[in-house]
Design a protein around this ligand. Sequence first.
Ligand code: ADP
Ligand code: ZN
Ligand code: ZN
Length: 740
Amino acid sequence: MLVAQVIVPRPVYGTYSYQVPGSFQNLVRIGVRVQVPFAGQVLVGCVISLSNEAEIDPENPEIQSSGKVFRYKEIENVFEDFSFLSADDLELISQISRYYLVSPGEVLSLFLPRYQPKSSKLYALNFDLTTCLDRIPRSRKKLRQGLIRFAMGNESSIGRNELLEKTCWGSGLLRDALKLDILNEINRLPELEMCRDADFDLSRDTWPALSKQQKNAYLAITNSSETVQYLQGVTGSGKTEVYLNLIYDCLRLNKNIIFLVPEIALTPQFVNIFKERFGDQVAVFHSKINDRQKYLEWKLLLEGRKRVVIGARSALFSPVPDLGLIILDEEGESTYKQDTSPFYDARRVAEKKAQILGAKLIMGSATPSLNAWSRIESGEISCQKMNQRHNQFDLPKISLIDLKKEFKAGNYSVFSGELKNKMQREINKGNQVILFVNRRGHSSFVMCRKCSHTLTCPRCDLSLTYHDSDVLHCHYCGFFVPKPSECPKCQSKAIKQFGLGTQKVESFFRKEFPGVSMARLDTDLSSKKGYTESVLSKMRNKEIQVLIGTQMISKGLDFEDITLVGILNPDSLVKMGDFSARERAFQLFVQIAGRCGRSSKKGEVVLQTYNPEQKIYEQLCGYEVAQFVEQELNIREALQFPPYTRLVYIESNSELQEKALQNLQRLYKILIEISKGLIQEVYEPQPCPIPKINRRYRYRCVIKAKESSEFWQELEDVRKNYRSMNRTRTKFLVDPESLL
Ligand code: ADP
Ligand code: ZN
Ligand code: ZN
């Protein structure tokens, strides 16, 4: 009896065994998707191994006397005649599961398509024509004629539509034919139609010639055999051309490529360049692609018809056979971290994947993460540098504006006098301007000026955010109410929104620059289908002169007429009170600054702050990436934060407040027990910075341990065996970037 060991997409450790029924014996292989019954549900899992087990004899008196006849449940369905997962993928799943303390099943969900294709039907004659005709009553003329026409075609089997066309039957007649048992209906599962035509006819003769610094970087990377390498190039240095040439070489060696970007919607230029250079071999994965499209693209990859994947972090899990190269652009971006379950960091997973498959990983950025930087410093990763912008264009000059002075001088606009003048100047010249605002509607909370009562979400106790439509939203759970006309506490009418959001900047802009074409880009708007693309194409066609946006607009944009960037409220980012806040802020500012002056037109950046004396701004103005990073690393080392230690964030939540806390305290005791002498620090259980989300109370504790510590093995065991208390849930988050 053939038995398959299956992992299912559930937060459970361990594999489950199912008998393989005879009809599936030829189909079930390692890596195949199967439908199985599991705890009263039907799940799609994946076969990870097969074994032959002795048939269990239900007549066996021994088993009967024990009162239990053990039977395996059966695999209920197989979806395709090929595997999405290779043995290497299974190894990667296991490593991710161990490192991030997530069950293999949850990791598996990243690797399997969600779409289930319908199997198509094939039809064949069950007997020779004469025997078939004997079975059909003489009166059924249409049935007989149709059958004869089909038999004359001499095809062993054909699809349903073809059959109906040939026979001139409707579905009623087909049903009758099946009832008479003259036709055999066969299920046909999707199969791979491998691409056989392997001639390489791509030419790069028409590509732009590499500059000297690009050529040096390209050759150094090509000639190195190291698995992980870094390309550090200032914004606009031309990293893309280097990547494209590396990809070309890889294709020529008959190997395939994954190219990761932090955010795919914002990088249409990238996608266009890739399509220009590599034609229809490029598979693009963005969030708007639906499950079926993704399934079909994955199949094309397996068939070798598409060979270059480009997408955000999840594209890493596309089934790319013969992977030769992973390129990860803008390595410092925190969007490479997935902060919903299963938690993972694409940078780390990409490295593991490259190691397992023997592929190369090239990471690139102007501002490496502290983690990458410290590995470069220690010589663990080699790094190629490109310190010049392409064509020797200058990096834009960054100037600081002291907002305290503006306020004293009676300027209550969101634009300082200097920024306003410069905006006017560039607009008059016909150039383009970008205004960066931290986060959508971030601090536009609603407060009563009289009693300072702030409106909060009843489910999360968080400030509600004001939106244009006079509605107040909770950004965490989606709760919303109409904006009240008076304060619920003191009934004063002086209730008003505060803070700076993109919408507020927009309304100031419209007042102060009437008639100037502008657009806004933030996560509220970009979720509308086609919106982002349309704004970007209007930017390109110069239908828009001013773009106001959040984090979203910091990446990738490459427009030659952008000459001015305004950074309006950087302080809230820098002062977030998180161990990684400054790193992320610096990264972001360099990226945003990099959006201007990318052509012969000079670029300029104006940063408005209440704290111009902060070191980080000084380092930003001088593009002192190395100094900034070294200083940050010193602070991290002194406080023993990553990359000098690793953190685990453990959260317990429940609708019952005391249960949430009890559950965490119980777990905390276990952790203290196992960690004696092995860890750096355990922060005691405390309410999360957001203590309640969507009716659930949240408590957390944070553990700090050295990478090398034996503690990790112990923690893995705890994770596997710990059962959360009734009505509570426990979450483990490994290597969190933020403790807020
Ligand atoms: P980065 O990714 O390093 O910020 P890009 O790859 O976007 O920089 O390149 C910046 C600009 O320089 C782009 O407009 C690009 O077309 C141009 N460029 C880069 N390399 C070359 C080259 N070898 N020849 C011509 N133009 C180039
Ligand atoms: Zn809420
Ligand atoms: Zn009030």
